[in-house]
Design a binder for this molecule. Structure first.
Ligand code: HEM
Length: 137
């Protein structure tokens, strides 16, 4: 298993654990609902998307008898997805307590752009793996 594949899967399980604890904290104490953005994004980008990235990178090329187009892109994508996610939840949460703060808003947006870039890399790497021209098969 490639290192970035294992990293995606391990990270996804860690996000599931952290997001589940936050979910229970929100049930126990409604003041913790300020962490709803953290919980939902750790669940959906951290747990769900990263598990799909890891499993997808591992099995989709094998199912179609191809080699992954670029392991380097997979590595870069892993770091962009994680830096983007952590940045989003930190700066969005800070922004909730200082809604007028332009620095927090900009850093939240920048983190979101990193997250988008990560998705675009996955999109490119998967399609470039699965849909090569017929004469390259
Ligand atoms: C240990 C398991 C979980 C617990 C204890 C939990 C708990 C919670 C709580 C208390 C809320 C806030 C509800 C409210 O607005 O009052 C919430 C929201 C949310 N949860 Fe979870 N959750 C769990 C698992 C999951 C999973 C597996 C996902 C998705 C993969 C998920 C996605 C979301 C989303 C998207 C929201 C935001 C919903 C909204 O804003 O309307 N949660 N969760």
């Amino acid at each position: 298993m490639d290192r970035f594949v294992k990293n995606f899967i391990v990270a996804s399980i860690v996000y599931l654990a952290v997001a589940s604890v936050i979910g229970i904290l929100m049930i126990m104490n409604t003041n913790m609902l300020t962490l709803k953005f953290v919980h939902s994004h750790f669940m959906l980008i951290g747990w769900v998307s990263m598990m799909i990235y890891g499993v997808g990178y591992h099995i989709l090329p094998r199912f179609s008898g191809k080699l992954i187009k670029s392991k380097m892109i997979g590595e870069i994508q892993f770091w962009l997805a994680n830096i983007g996610l952590i940045g989003m939840v930190i700066f969005y949460t800070l922004q909730q307590s200082a809604p007028e703060n332009a620095v927090y808003r900009s850093l939240t947006g920048l983190s979101g752009v990193l997250q988008l870039l990560s998705s675009i890399l996955f999109f490119y790497n998967m399609l470039a793996t699965l849909l090569p021209k017929a004469d390259e098969d």
